[in-house]
Design a protein around this ligand. Structure first.
Ligand code: NAI
Length: 308
């Protein structure tokens, strides 16, 4: 992807999540072009008009509505949010049949016009769809395809921990890994706060960690029950991923990525720490996990493999 295209970002699916990502990307000011693609072209056009009115006060971003897949051919990054969202009482895995078909159709078309873009998967169940798309484009290109995975869960976990112990969440280096769903898990083994081991930090104990994790795990369902959908947290998450790619600063985030032997797992995508760069995933980090954490990772892989 050339230097000009790198800063052109396409969003496939301009519903609540896609439109909010467009908004946060526009506020961030790191990109030059935004291409909005939705089956409902009228809705995408409405979002474009609404967004454009903030432009005179912001850095320049050109916003276009795509009428056909060819309009995404010059995008360096494509974000996939098209598909059904969970309703109250549904799990992410309940969406697998319908969203697999939607995403498969999108890639049948997208692959014909753009083979070099970095693809950020957001549509749920994000791990299963990331694995499917990686297999569709060829797993030699797995650095170019990844899902937001447990980055959002990790941010929620750090937020809830910081609420409990009063330390700035930016100083809490603790991951949630595994499935973006019920089979996620907190990693305590290597987790640190300001250079101290997580469990040695004053006020932190297993009970506090379990409580923060439980709130994290139930967060999406609680938001969906109260307002119908989640979109602000994920939009900021995606914008920061885009920023990490474009700045090529070597940012490390937990992301859903196709594993090819890492953590002794194959042909499954789930979240592990990844170093990001201008060509997508530069390196998958294989961090030390406790026996219990290893078995949770294995269980997440098994559940995801059985549900696709
Ligand atoms: P929404 O229903 O508001 O929007 C979905 C949009 O996709 C609609 O505008 C629809 O017209 C469009 N669409 C459907 N099929 C399409 C196709 N073939 N091509 C182009 N556009 C198409 O849904 P919402 O709330 O925006 O959620 C979108 C997805 O994001 C859901 O699967 C949801 O579960 C997921 N999500 C993922 C998160 C994560 O952490 N990975 C967080 C929040 C939501």
């Amino acid at each position: 992807m050339n230097d000009v295209s790198r800063f052109k970002v396409g969003i496939v699916g301009c519903g609540r999540v896609g439109a909010t990502i467009a908004y946060t990307l526009m506020l961030d000011g790191t990109i030059t072009d935004l291409v909005l693609f939705d089956l409902d072209i009228r809705k995408a056009d409405g979002e474009k008009l609404d967004l454009e009115h903030g432009l005179p006060l912001l850095d320049r971003v050109k916003i276009r509505v795509a009428e056909k897949y060819e309009d995404l051919s010059d995008c360096g990054i494509i974000i996939i949010t098209a598909g059904l969202a969970q309703k109250q009482g549904e799990s992410r895995l309940d969406l697998v049949q319908k969203n697999s078909q939607i995403v498969k159709d999108i890639f049948k078309n997208l692959n014909k016009v753009n083979k070099s873009a970095i693809v950020i998967m957001v549509t749920n169940p994000v791990d299963i769809l990331t694995c499917m798309v990686t297999n569709l484009v060829g797993n030699k290109k797995r650095n170019l395809v990844f899902g937001t995975g447990t980055l959002l869960d990790t941010l929620r976990f750090r937020y809830y921990l910081s609420e409990k112990i009063g330390v700035n969440s930016k100083n809490i280096h603790a991951y949630i890994l595994g499935e973006h769903g019920d089979n996620s898990f907190p990693v305590c083994k290597g987790a640190m706060i300001g250079g101290e081991k997580l469990l040695d930090f004053p006020g932190v104990n297993h009970k506090i960690i379990d409580e923060a994790y439980l709130k994290t795990k139930l967060a999406a369902a609680e938001i969906i029950n109260k307002k119908g959908a989640t979109y602000y947290g994920i939009a900021i998450t995606v914008s920061k991923i885009v920023e990490a790619i474009l700045s090529d600063a070597g940012t490390i985030f937990p992301l859903s990525v196709y594993l090819n032997g890492e953590y002794k797992l194959k042909n499954v995508a789930l979240s592990v720490p990844c170093e990001l760069g201008m060509n997508g995933i530069k390196r998958i980090l294989e961090i030390d996990l406790s026996k219990d954490e290893q078995s949770k990772m294995k269980k997440a892989a098994m559940v995801l493999s059985c549900n696709r």
